[in-house]
Write a protein of this length. Structure first.
Length: 387
């Protein structure tokens, strides 16, 4: 058993931390408050190769794995820059296109995803389906060689900053008449695709959208993969990278909050000589949160290692557990940090309560804590499915 990163991964982590510190949480917050995006940070990370660490070298990436991308997500978040689109574009979209796209799709999209000049976002959630993927009602119909896509998607992140959106739809299987999932790479400016920004109570430079697809006409090659059979495996290919990287972002956010709070409590004095951190009522909750974050990190890197070794089923269990643990740990860490900072915890300047909305959302998206508990109960504990 080995808990060490490789020397290259150590270097990557240090370099990403340096980049994140150059921008920092105040940059992230100022962009969010101005309704702008973290474009400068994204492009610099792309130029330095951090957005493409998991993309094969022949398409301009670093040729590494999800472990490397998880390090990028965690370290940027640990400097106060939790970039949700890292989870969507390089983790989900690039993995799906690398593993299940056609050679033309790989050549067309992966180099831009690797250097950050292109973003592809991901749309699965629907207003009437929610956590129940089996109820998806966005449908793709054949019209000659083209496809016509109709339906609605909700909470789709980053549509305003992406060139394409990977839409999960259903198509009719000609042999069985049954609907099966299929993924389409849809230009965000396609006629018939309308987006409406949702008002979310999350301080974030990334926005969520309601999408309306009204007979969006797509050429045959918009379908991910060579045939309709690619749909289901392509969809599943995105799940483990999504869970692992979102968990890494949560763990990094937790580390950031605990660092901010412990720096403060070690020096703040309101009772004479001792710092407030000398009081166990202040220090123990922070220490407890630090333990939870570190435990989540162990599961994140176990899941990433299993995934990179091609052990997908085991990575599925660990990835779900990591996402659950990190979601809970991040929410606990931020809330505990706010309390330890007192009034300062609620100010923009100290930069901790600015993360409350994001970590709360991390217990809901991209898969909720309850759906992970359902998964663990069913697949690890052998319980019957109740829903
Ligand atoms: C900030 C943010 C960004 C997002 N970005 C994207 C994106 O880019 N692309 C995308 O496709 N989606 C995105 N989502 C959507 C996200 O994946 C969904 O919100 C999530 O899957 C839950 O679906 P829902 O909101 O419809 O909740 P519902 O399915 O309506 O569930 C509501 C509550 O009921 C619980 N529940 C439901 N069924 C069960 C059950 N069987 N057992 C126990 N509890 C249950 C859930 O856990 C949840 O707490 C985003 C969401 C947020 C908040």
């Amino acid at each position: 058993m080995n808990f060490d990163l490789t020397p290259e991964q150590d270097q990557l982590r240090d370099a990403v931390r340096e980049l994140g510190r150059k921008y920092g949480h105040s940059y992230f917050v100022s962009k969010a408050k101005a309704g702008e995006h973290t474009t400068e940070l994204w492009h610099e990370a792309g130029r330095l190769g951090y957005l493409g660490v998991n993309i094969p070298t022949e398409y301009g990436g670093g040729g590494g794995g999800i472990t490397d991308l998880a390090l990028v997500c965690e370290e940027l978040a640990a400097t106060g820059c939790p970039l949700l689109l890292l989870v969507v574009s390089p983790a989900i979209a690039a993995t799906i296109i690398s593993k299940h796209g056609t050679e033309e799709q790989r050549k067309k999209h992966l180099p831009g995803l690797a250097d950050g000049s292109e973003k592809i976002v991901f749309a699965i959630t629907e207003p009437d389906a929610g956590s129940n993927f089996h109820r998806l009602s966005t449908v793709a119909r054949r019209d000659g060689d083209d496809w016509l896509l109709s339906g609605r998607k909700i909470y789709i992140s980053g549509v305003d900053e992406a060139g394409h959106v990977l839409v999960v739809a259903r198509t009719e299987d000609a042999s069985t008449g049954k609907l099966k999932p299929a993924l389409f790479i849809v230009p965000t400016d396609a006629p018939g695709l309308e987006k409406s920004k949702l008002d979310m109570e999350i301080l974030s430079p990334e926005n969520q959208f309601l999408l309306f697809l009204d007979d969006v006409r797509l050429p045959a090659d918009a379908l991910v993969g060579e045939s309709l059979d690619a749909g289901l495996p392509a969809l599943f290919a995105g799940l483990n990278p999504e869970r692992i990287t979102v968990a890494a972002m949560g763990a990094g956010t937790g580390r950031y909050a605990i660092d901010r709070a412990s720096d403060y409590t070690a020096t703040r004095k309101v009772w004479g000589g001792n710092s407030i951190g000398s009081h166990q009522g202040v220090a123990h909750p922070l220490a407890h949160a630090a333990v939870q974050v570190e435990l989540a990190r162990l599961m994140i890197y176990k899941a990433a290692t299993l995934y990179d070794a091609g052990r997908d089923l085991e990575a599925g269990i660990s990835g779900n557990m990591a996402k659950y643990a990190a979601g809970e740990a991040a929410a606990l860490a931020v809330d505990t940090a706010v309390q330890a900072l007192g009034g300062a915890g609620m100010t923009t300047e100290y930069g901790v309560s600015t993360l409350l909305g994001a970590v709360r959302a991390g217990r809901i998206a991209p898969v909720s804590r309850e759906m992970i508990l359902n998964f663990v109960a069913q697949h690890v504990l052998g319980q019957d499915k109740s829903y």
